[in-house]
Design a protein around this ligand. Structure first.
Ligand code: OKP
Ligand code: ZN
Length: 334
């Protein structure tokens, strides 16, 4: 399987994140990508398609913010990394504010996703990696792997969050649409619900979003991913959420994934994007499912037998020592 990765994706390296009331080392480290790269025996560098396919998903003002936030933070005299602390959740309206703290609040869904001088470079490169894998599949490859990092599925059209800045799965799906694939499906099997991806396609009937994830009643992102969320307007019924309890093992996960695949099959996609997270692994430090390394081969095979042209994009997975084997096993199963 062709696989893609750009070294510039390593530039984003926040030191700390807000966690349980204090600051702890950032979980989404560059070493994640290096471990995967070593286990899969390297990857091709993506090309650079510029920002047109990124702007097809994300708002221009948000992209400017991601680029400018670190400099604005410095100008404001702040040490460290740009982190929001006030959010306009009550009566969000189009105020034209320019203070960095206001912009951070408008363009972030949480306080766990610092923006550093390397963030834009890495997120942009991660998006190009997703696009390169998508182009390979559009050109006839059965499947391709995008070693995306930072991940993307929590990022919406105009906000970051959950270690995500640019929604790489959405960018891949939209690029497939713009290349003439009429019906695109996204299967999200990261431990966490992909609220950003759901949000981006919520009212659309051209991209089906199905997610298997930890019940948001107990796990981040809490406010999205509940079973009654099914899309709205033209998108009604084009979103499927299958939350599972902590402690979930292969059998229950596989059943839910099978349910998602059946719904995607009934919808007959021309192309599938898989948001793959290995944070469903039993030893993941921030998650609570109990999949084993060997389980990933079975789950991948179940997806592969459906036969759709498939772009696999990397999302989470934080047990760095096991991450390479988990990803390599998934790709091998496919
Ligand atoms: C990203 B992805 C606070 C704990 C919450 C956010 C989890 C983001 C997961 N430090 N952190 O879906 O793997
Ligand atoms: Zn996750």
């Amino acid at each position: 399987m062709r696989r893609f990765f750009a070294p510039a994706q390593l530039t984003h390296a926040p030191a700390l994140e807000l966690h349980n009331g204090g600051f702890t080392p950032y979980a989404e480290v560059p070493a994640r990508a290096e471990a995967i790269l070593a286990a899969i025996g390297g990857a091709e560098a993506p090309g650079d398609e510029g920002d047109v396919p990124i702007r097809a998903v994300h708002d221009a003002a948000y992209l400017a913010f991601l680029r400018d936030a670190p400099a604005m933070w410095r100008v404001a005299g702040r040490p460290g990394e740009a982190i929001p602390y006030a959010f306009p959740i009550v009566r969000r309206r189009p105020l034209h504010l320019s203070r960095i703290d206001a912009l951070l609040g408008v363009h972030a869904m949480d306080a766990t996703t610092p923006i550093t001088p390397g963030t834009w470079t890495s997120a942009y490169a991660s998006a190009q990696t997703a696009l390169a894998a998508t182009r390979a599949v559009l050109a006839g490859e059965r499947a391709a792997f995008a070693l995306c990092r930072p991940p993307g599925h929590h990022a919406g059209a105009d906000y970051c969050g959950g270690y995500c800045h640019l929604n790489v799965a959405a960018i891949a799906a939209q690029a497939a649409r713009d290349a003439g694939r009429v019906r695109v499906a996204i299967l999200d099997i990261d431990y966490h619900h992909g609220n950003g991806t759901q949000d981006i396609f919520w009212t659309r009937d051209d991209v089906f979003y199905a997610s298997v994830h930890a019940d948001p009643a107990t796990d981040y992102p809490f406010f999205w991913g509940h079973a009654d969320e099914r899309g709205e307007d033209a998108g009604e019924g084009a979103t499927l959420n299958l939350p599972l309890p902590r402690g979930t093992r292969l059998d229950a996960f596989r059943r839910a994934q099978g349910q998602a695949l059946a719904a995607i099959g009934a919808w007959s996609p021309d192309l599938l994007v898989v948001s793959f997270g290995a944070d469903t692994w039993e030893g993941d430090p921030i998650s609570g499912f109990a999949l084993t390394t060997a389980d990933y081969a079975i789950l991948a095979r179940d997806i592969a037998v459906a036969g759709w042209p498939t772009v696999i994009v990397m999302e989470g997975g934080y047990a760095v020592d096991a991450l390479g084997a988990n990803v390599a096993t998934f790709l091998g199963g496919f």
